[in-house]
Each structure stands twice: as structure tokens, then as C-alpha cells.
Design a protein around this ligand. Structure first.
Ligand code: PXP
Length: 241
């Protein structure tokens, strides 16, 4: 299971003072030195954390996979086509939200996706769609010819104890369905050292995108240790066929 570290919240701390530190690009180097397989960031339309400068430098500096999250806004899409990350993950975005609160409505976004996905793929960029573990959304992701779905693990991560199994079952079924349709599968959102093991055990999932928990933990144990810890949890033997 691959670990992609999302460095948005390193940029959040920097933007608190609109200065130069801490630099998400330096953080990305530290993460890769500690075993991260890739780096993710989200260029939000309101530029609340990551800036264009970060994306351009990350594209140069990241040695593993560089994954850019973006909403389907023409200006951000044009920027992605110019920068050419290895992967983009298309997410829904609302200005008033504190984080990406739900999956993309692939059915409602179908016309715009049918226009954007071929343009991205033409540039050699792999396209992932961030979706709820909902069979209709997975089916629609396959119909618009995405390469990956990234399954939104927020409902699992936030579920009260008794609801966890139900959410895991939805994730497991969505992963199997996506794989059956020829889609590759990633997952992420709200994962931390306490809840990640069950997600790492899901069938067919290749990459986990984890941000807030790693950056938070880094305040106490340092970024290198926070990444190593998470990576070690993902390296445990997996059981679910
Ligand atoms: N995956 C996607 C598509 C996201 O939008 C986010 C949050 O930016 C994450 C993963 C990471 O979520 P978290 O910061 O809760 O680990």
C-alpha cells in the first residue's frame, strides 16, 4: 500500500503569516526521505493554503508520484494542463467548507468531465475522481473513463464506533466494483494512526492520501517520524482478498 502525503496543511501554517515558512516544498522532501511514495496537494480556488508557486516547485522536486487535487474550474484546469503532474484528482469544492466535505457528483459533472478528462489524459496525466463509496458514482466514473477513483473515507473516519463496520463494507464493495470495471482505486480523507489499518486492508486499493493527521502528529514527533509511523502501519500484512 502506497502512502501519498498531502502537504496542504504545511502551507496552511505558512499562510497564517503569509510568509515563507514552513515551506510545503521542503516538507515534501522530508516526507519522501522518510518513505512517502508520493506527494499530494490541493490548489484551491481561494488559494487558502497551497499557492501556484508550490505546485510548480513540487512538480520539479517530487521524486515519486506528484498528485494535484483540483476542482473543475477552468482556470485551475488550465494551470494543471500546463504543470502536468503525474496524477490529478478531481474534487468538489465549496468556498465555505473547511475541507473537501463530500465526493464529486460524477453524474451531475458528466459534461464537464467528458470535456476535461481527455484533455488531461492527452498530456499524459492520470485522472482520479474523488467519490463517495456509492455504486452509482463508481459506475459513472468508469463511464467517463477516469483512470482511478479515490474513495472518500470521511464517513468511515467520522462514523461512531457502531457505524464503522457498515462504512467499511461500503468501501470494500465500492473498491471491488471499481476494480471490476477496470478502474484503479485510491482512498483517503480523515485517516490517522488509529483508523488507517482497516482501510489499508481493503481490496484493490493502491494509494492512500493522508494529510491532516500526519501534519498534526508532526508537531509532536516531527515530520519524518510521523511519516515513518504511518508508512509502517501500511506495511502490515493485509488480509482481505
Ligand atoms: N484525498 C482528497 C481527495 C482530499 O481532498 C483530501 C483533503 O484535502 C485528502 C485526501 C486528505 O485528507 P486528510 O487531510 O483528512 O488526511
Amino acid at each position: 500500500m502506497k502512502l501519498h502525503v498531502n502537504v496542504d496543511h504545511v502551507a496552511t501554517v505558512r499562510q497564517a503569516r503569509r510568509g515563507r515558512e514552513p515551506d510545503p516544498v521542503a516538507a515534501a522532501v522530508e516526507c519522501e526521505l522518510s518513505g512517502a511514495d508520493g506527494i499530494t496537494c490541493h490548489l484551491r480556488e481561494d488559494r487558502r493554503h497551497v499557492q501556484e508557486r508550490d505546485v510548480r516547485l513540487l512538480r520539479e522536486v517530487v521524486q515519486g508520484v506528484f498528485n494535484l487535487e483540483l476542482a473543475l474550474a477552468p482556470e485551475v484546469l488550465a494551470f494543471a494542463l500546463d504543470v502536468r503532474p503525474e496524477e490529478v484528482c478531481i474534487v468538489p469544492e465549496r468556498r465555505e467548507e473547511v475541507t473537501t466535505e463530500g465526493g464529486l457528483d460524477v453524474l451531475a459533472s458528466r459534461p464537464r468531465l467528458l470535456e476535461a478528462i481527455p484533455r488531461l489524459r492527452e498530456k499524459g496525466i492520470l485522472v482520479s475522481l474523488f467519490v463517495e463509496p456509492d455504486p452509482r458514482q463508481v459506475e459513472a466514473a468508469s463511464a467517463v473513463r477516469a483512470d482511478f477513483v479515490e474513495l472518500h473515507t470521511g464517513a468511515y473516519a467520522n462514523a461512531p464506533r457502531l457505524g464503522t463496520e457498515r462504512e467499511l463494507k461500503r468501501l470494500r464493495e465500492a473498491a471491488r466494483q471499481a476494480h471490476g470495471l477496470g478502474l484503479r482505486v485510491n482512498a483517503g480523507h480523515g485517516l490517522n494512526v488509529r483508523n488507517v489499518a482497516a482501510v489499508a486492508d481493503l481490496p484493490h486499493v493502491e494509494e492512500l492520501n493522508i494529510g491532516h493527521a500526519i501534519v498534526s502528529r508532526a508537531l509532536f514527533v516531527g515530520l519524518r517520524e510521523a511519516v515513518r509511523e504511518m508508512k509502517a502501519l501500511l506495511a502490515q500484512p493485509q488480509g482481505t482478498p
